[in-house]
Design a binder for this molecule. Structure first.
Ligand SMILES: *[C@@H]1O[C@H](CO)[C@@H](O)[C@H](O)[C@H]1NC(C)=O
Length: 390
C-alpha cells in the first residue's frame, strides 16, 4: 500500500466517522453495523442502515467495492430518473414505461426503478446502455421465462435487486440497443446476465437461478466487474469468467466476487475462470457437485476468507483444473484464511499471495471467514417493506 493509498483511506474513514457523528450522535459505529442484530458487510453498511434510503437511491452508487470501483459515473446532476410502469416488452419498438425503453432509449445517465412488483417476460435479450442503473429495491421484480440481460460493449452499469431465472437461449434476431440503435444479435445462450466486451459493471443483491446455460458469463475482454451479495442457486454452470481458451484478451480481465451465497444445488463454476484474475472473498459455498472454483489457461485466483461447506457425500475438493494445466506456474490458485467444513479441501498451486492491488476506490477489508454466514445472510434480492429498511 502506498502512503497515498493510506492517506486516501484515512480520509475516507475520517469522513465516514464525521458522517456517523452527524447523523447518529448516540450510536456507535459498532451498533450501527448491527441493526436488528444483523451484521452488515461493507457494501450494505453504506446504505442499508438508513431508513430514508428511498429519498436518495443514487447514493447506492457510492457503495461498491472491488474491481468495479465506485459507480459515481452513474450519478450526478444530469441523471434521469425513470420508472418502469409496464411489464410488457417490444424488442424493436420499446414503449415508454417499459424496462427496455429505459435501458435503451434514454441518451443520458439513467436510474431505473419499478412502480410496483412485476414479472417481465422479455421477448428478446435486453441490451443495456452504458451509464444505466437498474434498481429493484422496494419492489419484487422477476425477469423470467424467456430472454434475459445482455451487456454488450457497454460500461458503467449497476444491476441491483432483481430476480432473474428460467432464462432460455435465443435465436439470432435484431433488438433495440443503446443510443436508439437497432443491433443485430447472433444466437444468445440462456444466461441470466451475460457481459460481452463490457467494463465497470456492478452486480449486487440479485437472485439468480435455473437458467438453461449459466447464471453469469463475463466474456470477450470484459473487465472491472464486481459481483457482490448475489444469491446463486439451483444451477449446473454458475459463473463463467473468460470466453474460451483461445481468447487472449481475457488475460486482462479482473473480477471481484464477494459476499455471494452459492447454493443449494449448484454443480460447478463458482466461478470457472480462464486467463484473467479473480479475487474471490467472503463467499458462502453451500456445497457443490463437481467443484466450486476451477479454471484453465493460466487463471489466477485469490480465494480469501470464504466458507466452503463440502457436500455430505461426493467431492470434497473445492478446486478443479483442466487436464492440460497440471504444470506448475500456469495455474495460480491461492487460498488465504479460507474456512473448510465437512472435510472440504483446497489444492493450491504453490505458495503465494497474488494481491489484487486495489486502488483507493476499490479496496475493502476482507472479513474473517467466521463472519461469512452473517455477512452473506441477506444475499440475493432484498425484501424491503414500504415503510422500513431493507
Ligand atoms: C499486483 O502487483 C504485483 C507486483 O507488481 C504483481 O506481481 C501482481 O500480478 C499484481 N496483481 C494483479 C492482480 O495484477
Amino acid at each position: 500500500m502506498t502512503s497515498q493509498t493510506i492517506n486516501g483511506t484515512l480520509c475516507r474513514f475520517t469522513l465516514l466517522l464525521f458522517m456517523f457523528a452527524l447523523f447518529a450522535p448516540s450510536a456507535s459505529i459498532a451498533k450501527k453495523t448491527k441493526i436488528f442484530g444483523l451484521e452488515m458487510n461493507v457494501i450494505d453498511r453504506c446504505w442499508r442502515w438508513n431508513p430514508e434510503w428511498r429519498r436518495n437511491r443514487p447514493q447506492l452508487a457510492t457503495c461498491s467495492v472491488g474491481f468495479a470501483g465506485k459507480m459515481t459515473n452513474n450519478i450526478g446532476r444530469d441523471l434521469v430518473h425513470y420508472k418502469v410502469t409496464d411489464p410488457s416488452d417490444n424488442p424493436l419498438d420499446p414503449k415508454p414505461g417499459t424496462l427496455r425503453y429505459g435501458a435503451t432509449m434514454i441518451k443520458q445517465k439513467v436510474w431505473i426503478t419499478f412502480k410496483k412488483d412485476m414479472k417481465i417476460k422479455l421477448e428478446k435479450p435486453l441490451l443495456i446502455s452504458s451509464f444505466t442503473a437498474i434498481d429493484g429495491r422496494g419492489t419484487n421484480v422477476h425477469i423470467a421465462g424467456n430472454a434475459c440481460l445482455l451487456i454488450f460493449k457497454a460500461t458503467n452499469i449497476i444491476i441491483h435487486g432483481l430476480h432473474i431465472h428460467h432464462c432460455h437461449p435465443q435465436e439470432p434476431s435484431s433488438v433495440m440497443g443503446p443510443e436508439q440503435q437497432v443491433i443485430p444479435l447472433g444466437h444468445v445462450d440462456g444466461d441470466a446476465i451475460r457481459l460481452v466486451t463490457a467494463s465497470k459493471v456492478w452486480l449486487d443483491h440479485n437472485t439468480l437461478y435455473e437458467c438453461q446455460d449459466g447464471l453469469l458469463d463475463v466474456t470477450r475482454g470484459s473487465t472491472d466487474v464486481t459481483v457482490s451479495n448475489n444469491w446463486f442457486r439451483e444451477q449446473d454452470k454458475v459463473m463463467l469468467l473468460g470466453h474460451d481458451d483461445g481468447y487472449l484478451r481475457d488475460k486482462n480481465m479482473k473480477v471481484t466476487v464477494v459476499y455471494n451465497h452459492f447454493g443449494p444445488n449448484c454443480n460447478q463454476r463458482m466461478p470457472r475462470i480462464r486467463h484473467g484474475y479473480a479475487h474471490v472473498a467472503n463467499n458462502l459455498y453451500q456445497g457443490w457437485m463437481q467443484y466450486a472454483i476451477g479454471g484453465s489457461e493460466c487463471p489466477k485466483v485469490k480465494s480469501e476468507a470464504n466458507l466452503f461447506i463440502a457436500p455430505k457425500s461426493g467431492k470434497k475438493e473445492v478446486t478443479w483444473r483442466k487436464g492440460n494445466d497440471q504444470n506448475e506456474g500456469s495455474w495460480k490458485f491461492y487460498s488465504v484464511r479460507d474456512s473448510f467444513e465437512n472435510g472440504a479441501s483446497f489444492t493450491q498451486s504453490e505458495l503465494g499471495r497474488l494481491k489484487p492491488n486495489y486502488t483507493t476506490d476499490q479496496i475493502f477489508e476482507v472479513a474473517d471467514a467466521k463472519s461469512v454466514r452473517p455477512l452473506t445472510k441477506a444475499a440475493g434480492a432484498l425484501k424491503c417493506t414500504k415503510t422500513s429498511r431493507c
